[in-house]
Design a protein around this ligand. Sequence first.
Ligand SMILES: *Cc1c(COP(=O)(O)O)cnc(C)c1O
Length: 399
Amino acid sequence: MEQAKMGTRAIWSGEAEQLAFGATQVPVVHSVSFGYDDMDEWYDVAIGKKPGHIYGRNTNPTVQAFEAKIKDLEGADAATSFSTGMAAISNTLGTLLVPGERIVSIKDTYGGTNKIFTEFLPRLEVDVELCETGDHEAIEKEVAKGCKVLYLETPTNPTVKVTDIKRMARAGKEAGAIVIVDNTFATPINQNPLALGADLVIHSATKYLGGHADALGGAVCGSEELVESIYHYREINGATMDPMSAYLLLRGMKTLKLRVDKQCENAMIIANYLQTIDAVEGVYYPGLEDHPGHDIATEQVKQYGGMLSFSVKGGVETIRHLLPKFKYANRAANLGSVETIIGPSRTTSHVECTPEERAAMGIPEGLIRYSAGIEDVEDLLNDLEQAFQSLPTDIFVTA
Ligand SMILES: *Cc1c(COP(=O)(O)O)cnc(C)c1O
């Protein structure tokens, strides 16, 4: 039989193995340990000779269903999970990098990831080279000098810059580097980095995968060998996903396709609308033809995504007036949920950075990140309109 399409797989994949008692839904197995009467069986499971569970820090049935589903959606051979997206990133880098090695990445990674690159990896004497995001030649040049890891994120947070994964994966392969892509923004619905040549794909499951802003989680997908080594690092270091979170994320993932399709549709309409607003300085969305990543995105993604950002005239002062006016948006540090979420980059994705660091990353202080929800788009447009109309007319003119 032909492989089912993504919307079907999002619902059905990964669950059958964990069903018991004729239940049609995966149970939340709240048990820290798993007992055995047969000492030989216990031993065989403990050394990995037989499938089964020993202790919740290592494996859990509900968590395994989550892993099986994301593995299927990313078309991977294996997947493992984490308590958060940052745990997925730090544990992966902790597994792969030792002192004296080198990692090449881009300047526009997620704020927390950027902190790992600038604060924690240098402490471990790992050499970090951060290239201009979107400057493919510069990345190729640095990779060719030799590196253990090439770490990418596309599209990026918050200015949604796009990197050509196929081209970068080729560069990585030639240099013998392990190519990692943070696929949180695109989701497996819009982009499968492994199919484009990447070795590992990372998710903050907290965002689109869960989709309801009620559970934290992370995932890493790739080859059996790489994932096994990352799993081993995690089982010892302990950043394990909680079974309840796994359940909530699994439940959310069933509607991933529906949600992401609608969010992409809404984001495109909103990006076009924002371009007509006087108080808006710039709109960043890869679906817009004037976006620098538009052509690569058109080749690379199935849809342009549910994330966009825009900068307002008058900077922080305008944001202070504008954001409280929204009726249908949470003002919060999150994204990818069913509800629309807005926030200034200076308080959300890049709160860890100084204004100077943000400026160096091309993030204006007046930048607002907009995570389109699944609301009826007419209501979102009306909400934007009334919020902009409420701005004192002089605020952005004189600022
Ligand atoms: C949120 C986010 C992370 C970190 O995920 P947490 O679950 O918050 O730890 C990593 N990468 C990207 C692109 C994100 O948006």
